[in-house]
Design a protein around this ligand. Structure first.
Ligand code: DAH
Length: 339
């Protein structure tokens, strides 16, 4: 009996079919209800106990061989049909197409760009690898200025004049060197700081810099622009300007918005105060204007800078900055519905 099964195995191995009908006949012969395999399975009862094991293994081998043969030939025949442009089943569900989604950093960046574009700001960009002049000196941070330590810098070792920009304020300088007022520009981009990575901070992150230069620009214009922005971005328009220090602006301020204390999360992110710091700003220091070839007696202006990650974390309630850079699809897919 076992030899008979083995003969069948050999036949199955040799079998070939060029049409679906032949294949179906083969399938019925072996795997059909009244097929050879079922006959053998029915025999199983009569097989002496000591042979049951070998018998069982051999029929199972035959069964697997026959099943794979049918599947292989069926696939080959279908492929052949598709090559000819004859599709087996036109109602077959289509292959699912995985749609991508925008990264939350891009979403927030685009939103900021749009808000400022609506009031006449254009977009400018600069290099991520900067020189000392554009990142520091022109911004009123000469060599040995203590405020250089406010930002831990990555220097390119072979040349101390070359560094990874620590802020997008460098783009202000480049823009003013090439353009005369009136200037209304925002500069989004990636910045780098030699900082320990944690849930709150990263050595690579993104900022948007804003610059507005014209005749008779005042602090009131700055405040109004910020009010407009916070209202559009967060739907909240209660802000406060806290006096601060940046070498490139005088006077300088930090902008807090009143986030509210409506739930537990509000308490946590605002440390129980309801207020949240979202950016730095100020009136461009006349020295900076002069460094960039703009007459500070004729023109004045304001500047501001904000971190994109921080805003995205607030808007989407993201608790750990590192999630932005891991590119885990389970995280990224959650932004599919956002434009
Ligand atoms: N460059 C500052 C920083 O990275 C942010 C900033 C503050 C930019 C004040 C400005 C400004 O333009 O006026 O921390």
């Amino acid at each position: 009996m076992i030899d008979k099964i083995k003969e069948h195995i050999a036949q199955v191995e040799k079998f070939e079919a060029t049409s679906k009908e032949d294949l179906e006949a083969f399938r019925i012969k072996y795997l059909g209800k009244k097929g050879i395999l079922n006959d053998f399975f029915a025999e199983f009862r009569n097989v002496p106990n000591e042979m049951k094991k070998e018998f069982g293994q051999t029929i199972n081998a035959l069964k697997t061989k026959a099943e794979t043969k049918v599947a292989d030939i069926r696939e080959a025949l279908e492929n052949k049909e598709e090559d000819k442009g004859v599709y087996g089943d036109l109602t077959r569900p289509a292959e699912p197409i995985n749609l991508g989604s925008r990264h939350p950093i891009s979403l927030v960046k685009n939103q900021i760009i749009e808000i400022f574009a609506n009031v006449g700001f254009n977009v400018s960009e600069g290099p991520e690898i900067e020189d000392d002049w554009h990142n520091f000196t022109a911004l009123n941070l000469p060599e040995y200025h203590p405020a250089r330590d406010m930002q831990d810098t990555f220097f390119i070792q072979t040349n101390p004049d070359v560094l990874l920009r620590t802020h997008t304020s460098s783009v202000q300088v480049r823009y003013m060197e090439k353009n005369q007022p009136p200037i209304r520009t925002i500069s989004p981009g990636r910045v780098f700081r030699n900082e320990a990575i944690s849930a709150r901070s990263h050595c690579i992150f993104h900022q948007v810099e804003g610059l507005y230069i014209d005749k008779d620009v005042s602090f009131a214009d700055l405040k109004q622009t910020l009010l407009y922005f916070t209202k559009e971005m967060f739907g909240k328009s209660k802000i406060r300007l806290r006096p601060s220090y940046f070498p490139f602006t005088e006077p300088s301020a930090e902008v807090d918005i009143y986030w509210g204390l409506n739930n537990e999360i509000d308490y946590r992110i605002t440390k129980g105060t309801g207020w949240l710091e979202i950016m730095g700003c100020g009136m461009v220091d006349p020295n900076v204007l002069e460094n960039c070839g703009i007459d500070s007696k004729e023109y004045s202006g304001f500047a501001f800078g904000m971190g994109i990650e921080r805003i995205a974390m607030l808007l989407y309630q993201i608790g750990d900055i590192r999630m932005f850079y891991e590119n885990d699809v389970r995280f990224l897919e959650q932004f599919k519905s956002v434009l």
